[in-house]
Ligand binder design. Structure first.
Ligand SMILES: Cc1cc2nc3c(=O)[nH]c(=O)nc-3n(C[C@H](O)[C@H](O)[C@H](O)COP(=O)(O)OP(=O)(O)OC[C@H]3O[C@@H](n4cnc5c(N)ncnc54)[C@H](O)[C@@H]3O)c2cc1C
Length: 544
């Protein structure tokens, strides 16, 4: 549908939050709780948009017993390749406990165990995010639904708001604010995962255009299995499945880690049947635990417990990576004054190091970083750090890529072709999962060349403008990922290069990226780097 673009709506607030998934919702609530006036703008509808809302998340909750907490922290430090920080992991474990109790007070129906103890380890997406929408509104936050942000406003004092477009009315909006929290999620390159097709990286792009840095972008090699004609990704189902090739021969059974699926899919189509769930009770349990996984199969007339259905792996990009905007303080500030980051839009390296997932840290991080960034932004807005009345500041839009401001020729941007070209170098397993120096360098060269395609005129429709900016976001995130991948010449967590199959203790540092046209790479020492050396020495000692 073509919508005529109308004149702007202009608002002023203390804090503007971009993105209304769990991180953005907690940020908005927390800023309002500090006494700030808050506007929250989301590309979709707050409460149903993003990676959590349509599904659900398992949380990392560890009782406040010193020994248990320390064990968890040490396990995470090791799993994350010694790039995380003990103090940040402890902060998450402490804060999430407080916030989940608050959710319970707000009426979230946590399940109870047989002794009547509340189980706070899982949040059902639709119920959770409906509750968060209600809490945010009750706190007085003004919500702009269906209102993607397209670029930030800034002056010499830092960031002071953003501009975007209302998809329903076609009106542009501008919010001037003392501080902005970017909580626009990760970037999954339109790989069709449920809830993830709004995650296209423009929040990272607009922050970098304002001067923000990134960290951890090389840790981005995660794929998740799903029914090929569906969008729900559920690795757990494979624990109950036999995998078959196109000729119906059994090729694998009951591998919960789905370690070999990447290889099998390179050899040909892979089919699954959940035939290891061989009793009514097991089948009922699976149906109840993961109802949305079964819905598209049933609609297609497939009995997943008997029939074979085609599988695919969906790329999860930076959402299930650990990279994002580099944080410069405990209040989740970035290196740009007035700009804060939370959730998957922020680098999670300080908490997860080189590996995300497999420990439910993402959902806990979204809550905690949301609270910290919202509070930090509010304090900046209400305190001495603010840079004058936003209505009087000489704020200018600083967006360039995939916008009229960056236009170099009159040829229109073909966003469909551009997105297809980006995906051709980002989604394939043989480029992005089985990474090699030559494969990644080749892909990066082709992606660099695609920048020219962004220099044309932007389509006049609302959807066209949003799509052009999304394409620019995905292209830039892909170039950051591959630049970082080539700069880490080792294999650590979600970063790997075939030429460097081992972990190299000398590279126990973080890679800091900045810039868009020219990408600069620097390093930052990880505070527990020497512990890897000690653990390594111990392991060698035990082996000899
Ligand atoms: C199938 C699945 C299962 C998962 N399971 C788990 C689990 O068990 N445990 C766990 O820890 N994690 C899990 N995760 C990851 C977890 O869902 C995410 O880490 C979490 O949702 C991050 O929250 P967020 O608010 O940062 O991002 P999201 O929830 O993705 O929200 C981002 C929001 O930003 C909005 N947005 C995007 N661009 C713009 C823009 N330009 N302007 C305005 N708004 C914008 C989007 O519309 C969206 O509402 C899972 C993810 C998936 C997909």
């Amino acid at each position: 549908m073509s919508v005529t673009i109308e004149s702007a709506t202009t608002l002023t607030a203390d804090v503007l939050v971009l993105g209304g998934g769990p991180a953005g919702a907690w940020a908005a609530w927390s800023a309002a709780a500090e006494g700030a006036s808050v506007v929250l703008a989301d590309k979709g509808y707050v409460g149903t948009s993003g990676a959590t809302a349509p599904g659900g998340t398992t949380l990392l909750v560890i009782p406040p017993v010193a020994e248990l907490r320390e064990q968890a922290v040490q396990a995470r430090l090791k799993a994350g390749g010694y790039l995380s920080e003990n103090a940040w992991i402890h902060r998450v474990l402490d804060e999430v406990e407080i916030r989940l109790r608050l959710l319970e007070d707000w009426g979230y129906p946590f399940r109870k165990d047989e002794r009547g103890e509340t189980l706070r380890t899982h949040l059902h997406g639709p119920e959770y995010m409906k509750l968060m929408r209600r809490a945010v509104r009750k706190a007085g936050v003004r919500i702009l639904d269906q209102s993607p942000a397209l670029e930030l406003l800034a002056d010499e004092h830092g960031v002071g708001g953003a501009r975007g477009i209302d998809r329903l009315t076609g009106r542009t909006w501008e919010v001037r604010a003392h501080a902005v929290v970017v909580a626009t999620g990760g970037c999954t390159f339109l790989s069709k995962g449920l809830g993830c097709n709004v995650l296209t990286g423009e929040g990272l792009l607009m922050s970098a255009e304002a001067g923000a840095e990134l960290s951890g972008m090389e840790f981005s090699r995660q794929y998740a299995p799903s029914y090929a004609d569906g969008s729900v990704t559920r690795g757990r189902m494979l624990a109950w499945s036999t995998l078959y090739d196109a000729a119906g021969r059994s090729i694998h059974a009951g591998d919960r880690t789905f370690g070999s699926m990447h290889k099998l899919l390179l050899e040909g189509p892979v089919y699954a049947s959940i035939d290891l769930a061989d009793t009514d009770e097991k089948r009922r349990f699976l149906r109840q635990a993961h109802p949305i996984f079964f819905m598209p199969l049933e609609r297609a007339g497939i009995d997943p417990f008997k029939d074979k259905f085609p599988l695919t792996l969906r790329y999860e990009g930076t959402m299930r990576g650990t990279g994002g905007l580099r944080l410069a303080g405990e209040d989740c500030r970035t290196t740009v004054a007035g700009l804060y980051a939370a959730g998957d839009a922020a680098s999670r390296e300080r908490v997860m190091g080189a590996v995300s997932g497999g420990g439910a840290y993402n959902a806990s991080w979204a809550i905690c970083s949301g609270c910290w960034s919202g509070r930090g932004a509010a304090r900046h807005a209400l305190g001495a750090g603010k840079s004058g009345d936003p209505d009087r500041r000489a704020l200018q839009p600083v967006g360039r890529h995939g916008l009229d401001a960056g236009r170099e020729t009159d040829a229109p941007i073909d966003t469909t072709a551009l997105v297809g070209d980006i995906q051709r170098d980002v989604l394939p397993l043989n480029i992005n999962f089985y990474r090699s120096e030559s494969g990644i360098a080749g892909a990066l060269g082709r992606l660099d060349a695609l920048r020219e395609a962004l220099g044309g005129s932007v389509p006049g429709t609302v959807q066209g403008r949003v799509r052009a900016r999304e394409a620019a976001g995905m292209l830039t995130v892909a170039r950051w990922m591959y630049t970082a991948a080539l700069a880490r010449k080792e294999t650590r967590g979600l970063a790997a290069l075939a030429e460097y199959p081992a972990l190299d203790p000398r590279q126990t540092h973080r890679l800091i990226l900045s810039g868009i046209d020219e990408i600069a790479v620097g390093t930052e020492r990880a505070p527990h780097a020497e512990e890897l050396g000690r653990a390594d020495g111990q392991a060698k000692g035990e082996a000899s």
